[in-house]
Design a protein around this ligand. Structure first.
Ligand code: NAD
Length: 250
């Protein structure tokens, strides 16, 4: 399998969940590159599983100076960058009545500012004809209790794919966005007490048209397509990889 042979990728949040699923899928197709995260322990275990063609960089994607360091180090190590995956994200859950200013700022910094500057700081390094992949969320398309701010930030990320593609036409850099539905990742642990996680996943699966929630590998396979020349006619596009959750679930 070599759809991404010799391509160099930077994957933010590549140490966990969807980002790690993308890194594994890239590795299986012959890519190399850097995974970016803040947790040294998961960075070390993820890069050990990915093997010698990957490096781990500890950096905070909400800090522009950290992002500059990420691209400089990756480019020095591999000599070029072909693919950027701006995957790191998350944020506060709550309603318009409960999310305060500090949580608002943190959520927007992580989901929006980080994506904008990940792409901007990657531009001096990414090759002409490179592929940028953003990660949206089905929460951008439907109202879900407690996900208003998160959904709004992801709606803006989906717009970024169009706007960035337009901005970068002269360099032939394609920017597309993958929109996952509920996906089985450690993110559950951030919001749900450990003893309830299994039941919550079962509940989500029961309302999915496909009868299961997504796996990081589902997103990984789509990211391989968007990173490869197979998608060379796509830019500014959104791919829903949500098991039908957005438009078919009740
Ligand atoms: P996760 O918690 O498993 O992974 C999030 C990753 O982001 C981690 O690797 C973490 O280290 C990294 N990260 C967070 N803040 C960071 C920071 N400031 N600097 C550097 N790295 C940071 O979550 P996940 O479920 O794999 O989520 C990945 C992406 O997919 C996110 O953008 C999320 O919004 C999106 N998403 C997830 C789901 C889902 O159901 N899991 C659904 C739709 C969209």
């Amino acid at each position: 399998m070599s759809k991404l042979k010799n391509k160099v990728a930077v994957i933010t949040g590549g140490n966990s969940g969807i980002g790690f699923g993308i890194a594994q899928a890239f590795k299986n197709e012959g890519a190399k590159g850097a995974i970016i995260g803040r947790n040294q322990e998961t960075l070390a275990s993820a890069v050990a599983q990915l093997g010698n063609n990957f490096i781990a960089i500890n950096a905070d994607v909400t800090k522009v100076a950290d992002l500059e360091r990420v691209f400089k180090e990756t480019s020095e190590k591999f000599g070029k960058i072909d693919v950027i995956v701006a995957n790191a994200g998350g944020g506060a859950v709550g309603t318009v009545a409960t999310i305060d200013e500090a949580d608002y700022d943190k959520t927007m910094d992580l989901n929006l500012k980080s994506v904008y500057f990940t792409v901007q700081k990657g531009l001096p390094y990414i090759n002409e004809g490179g592929s940028v992949i953003l990660i949206g969320s089905n929460a951008a398309h439907r109202a879900y209790a407690n996900f208003t701010l998160y959904g709004a930030s992801k709606a803006a990320v989906i717009y970024f794919a169009k706007g960035f593609s337009s901005d970068l036409l002269d360099r032939k850099i394609r920017v597309n966005v993958i929109t996952p539905g509920t996906t089985d990742t450690p993110a559950f642990e951030k919001f749900i007490p450990a003893e309830q996680i299994k039941a919550v996943k079962t509940q989500f699966a029961s309302v999915m048209p496909t009868g299961r929630i997504g796996q990081p590998s589902d997103i990984g396979k789509t990211a391989v397509f968007l990173a490869s020349d197979d998608s060379s006619f796509m830019l500014g596009a959104e791919l829903l990889v949500d098991g039908g959750m957005t438009y078919l679930a009740n």
